[in-house]
Design a protein around this ligand. Structure first.
Ligand code: FES
Length: 97
């Protein structure tokens, strides 16, 4: 990993689903950080504030039969989380995922 210091400390990877595909990402990290883990270059270069201000990082998570919108830079990824929709900004930033 080229930038290990940007991630919250973790001991293992957890599995999440993004648009139906399974990925392994570091536990204890926000969804946005996990997207960065999966695509370091393009997520790092995206026009995002990373601190809850721009609201451009929204993703939608399956919650029972519903979808719930969350701010990915403020929401921790958890084992089994299913991300079913991405904001336009995140879809562009995470185009290689
Ligand atoms: S990156 Fe701006 S609110 Fe999350």
């Amino acid at each position: 990993m080229s930038n290990p210091d940007i991630f919250a400390p973790y001991e293992k990877l957890i599995e999440i689903k993004i648009l139906g595909k399974r990925y392994e990402v570091p536990e204890n990290n926000t969804i946005l950080r996990c997207l960065q883990y999966l695509d370091m270059e393009s997520v790092s270069q995206a026009d995002l504030c990373w601190n809850g201000d721009c609201l451009s990082c929204q993703v939608w998570v399956r919650n029972d039969e519903k979808e719930k919108g969350v701010i990915s830079c403020r929401t921790r990824a958890v084992e089994g989380m299913e991300i079913v929709r991405l904001s336009d900004e995140i879809a562009l930033a995470a185009i290689n995922i």
